[in-house]
Unconditional design. Structure first.
Length: 156
């Protein structure tokens, strides 16, 4: 009875370890530069299934395939640009967190700059309008009083 419990516990432990170890991908790199490139590339690509999760953090099968493809392309000696172009050609522009500057993405890149400039123009116009409004808001009596005060200080 005790032997049966021990064997059952040992079997459960082995199965749990196998499940944990099965989710870990081990990649071997020739140098730390290639390993850094791998991590940078997989962090810069979005999982098509997980919406807004990088492929290096995703457990989706498609992300595992994408990571494997990036690894293989790095081992083949391709540059980062070639790898990104290959992945975009295969999975679409959506996988890039930072879309490329192209004719169809001008609005995406230009809109934030345009909004900041528009906001600055509105602020400048509001400041000018307040200055002009405060100068025009004085009545004739108040203007005479200010002139009298400034004349008094000049003569002193």
């Amino acid at each position: 009875m005790a032997l049966m419990r021990t064997l059952t516990a040992l079997l459960l432990l082995v199965m749990a370890f196998g499940a944990v170890a099965g989710g870990i991908e081990l990649r071997e790199f020739d140098d730390p530069v290639t390993e850094k490139r791998y991590h940078d590339l997989t962090a810069s690509m979005r999982c098509p299934l997980c919406e807004n999760q990088a492929i290096n953090d995703s457990d989706a099968p498609i992300s595992a395939d994408m990571r494997e493809r990036v690894y293989q392309l790095l081992q083949d000696g391709q540059s980062d640009i070639e790898i990104i172009n290959h992945m975009v050609q295969r999975f679409g522009e959506y996988i890039l967190y930072n879309p490329r500057l192209e004719s169809r993405t001008y609005l995406l890149w230009g809109l934030p700059i345009a909004l900041v400039l528009l906001g600055a123009i509105v602020v400048v116009m509001m400041i000018r309008a307040r200055r002009n409004a405060s100068a025009k808001a004085l009545s004739a009596e108040e203007r005479q009083r200010i002139e009298a005060l400034t004349n008094r200080k000049r003569s002193s």
